[in-house]
Design a protein around this ligand. Structure first.
Ligand code: FES
Ligand SMILES: [Fe+2]
Length: 333
């Protein structure tokens, strides 16, 4: 597993960036797909407890290997199924009084009882596995499909999924970087950051940048997940994705992936490919570490409070877009 170990972070002693929106404090979160674990972390037969949407969920594989994400607190008396819950015959057994729950959330067995109360169920979040990640959606049904890479099909790519780790910042603030074109120049040193086209649709934001040096197609799915394809004038390309899970108000858990064309990997050979992936992963960590000292300490201002200028036009549009983006509460608060 690649990535900085950021688990030692504690909540900073200040209002967190984004706190002025109050939405997450009130317990509603963006309805989006996000990775919750790396696929390789989700070992069959085990139950993993995770923080999500200010509450807890469990993640495990059903008997067919499909990932399942369910509310973690037992409907009986509230034991956390992620702490001592066990998988027996494909069902989750609560550590406290041994009630058992199936992968669809239904309670299937209660010791010393023949009638199962209607309320005895876990809530399932839509879950999926792709791109080396286990994904979860905040809502009853996904509002849009899992993200694709721009301009290329998955079967033409090889990729490595990785984790940046927990960040004391809401994921959408990090992702808003996609339309903060000026910061690409001032923070990351991109010489020609301004877009030729920006399009906002219900769940997708599409950006194209064209200059003599490069053509970049970047997209933001569900306000939080970035996908990008860049083509440089020397013929090289970059493919990557990045974004964060909504862990709790003011917190995210960030994941990314780097990819290359299969044809390029064949040219490089197995060792050359791994070397190239290492470089690309290091490059994404470098981008994160350029942003983080600023994002972690800033007091992010809302649409009406920021002194936006012409160059911030799309940032302003994004803030309004984010403001009206659908939100939902977790199932079991
Ligand atoms: S708290 Fe889970 S079975 Fe009692
Ligand atoms: Fe950035």
């Amino acid at each position: 597993m690649d990535g900085a170990d950021t688990s030692e972070f504690t909540m900073p002693p200040r209002a967190y960036a984004g706190g002025e929106y109050k939405r997450d404090d009130e317990g509603t979160f963006l309805q989006c797909w996000s990775p919750i674990m790396l696929s390789e972390e989700l070992v069959a037969g085990k139950i993993y407890g995770q923080d999500y949407l200010g509450t807890r969920v469990i993640v495990y594989r059903d008997p067919t290997g499909q990932p399942v994400v369910q509310s973690a607190y037992c409907p009986h008396m509230g034991a956390d199924l992620g702490c001592g819950g066990e998988l027996t015959d494909g069902a989750v057994r609560c550590p406290y009084h041994h009630w058992k729950f199936a992968a669809d959330g239904k309670c299937v067995e209660i010791p010393e009882e023949t009638t199962i109360p209607g309320a005895a169920k876990l809530y399932n979040y839509p879950a999926a596995e792709r791109w080396g990640f286990v994904w979860v959606f905040n809502g009853e049904k996904p509002l849009y499909d899992l993200p694709e890479m721009p301009n290329i099909a998955e079967e033409d790519l090889i990729y490595r999924a990785a984790r940046r780790g927990k960040r004391p910042i809401e994921g959408w603030i990090g992702s808003s970087n996609i339309v903060d074109f000026l910061h690409l120049k001032t923070v990351h040193g991109v010489p020609d950051p301004f877009p030729t086209k920006v399009e906002f649709t219900d769940y997708l934001l599409t950006v194209r940048q064209e200059s003599p040096n490069r053509i970049a197609d970047t997209r933001l799915h569900g306000c939080t997940w970035l996908t990008a394809h860049m083509q440089f004038s020397d013929g090289t390309e970059r493919f990557f994705m990045a974004g964060g899970l909504q862990v709790a108000a003011g917190w995210s858990d960030s994941f990314f992936l780097v990819a290359m064309r299969k044809s390029q990997a064949e040219e490089l050979g197995p060792e050359g490919t791994e070397e190239e992936f290492k470089k690309r992963i290091a490059y994404i960590h470098k981008l994160y570490s350029e942003d983080e000292p600023i994002l972690y300490s800033m007091r992010f201002r809302g649409y009406r409070k920021s002194a936006l200028i012409r160059a911030d036009r799309y940032m302003g549009e994004f803030l309004r877009y984010h403001d009206s983006y659908p939100r939902a509460k977790p199932f079991d608060v």
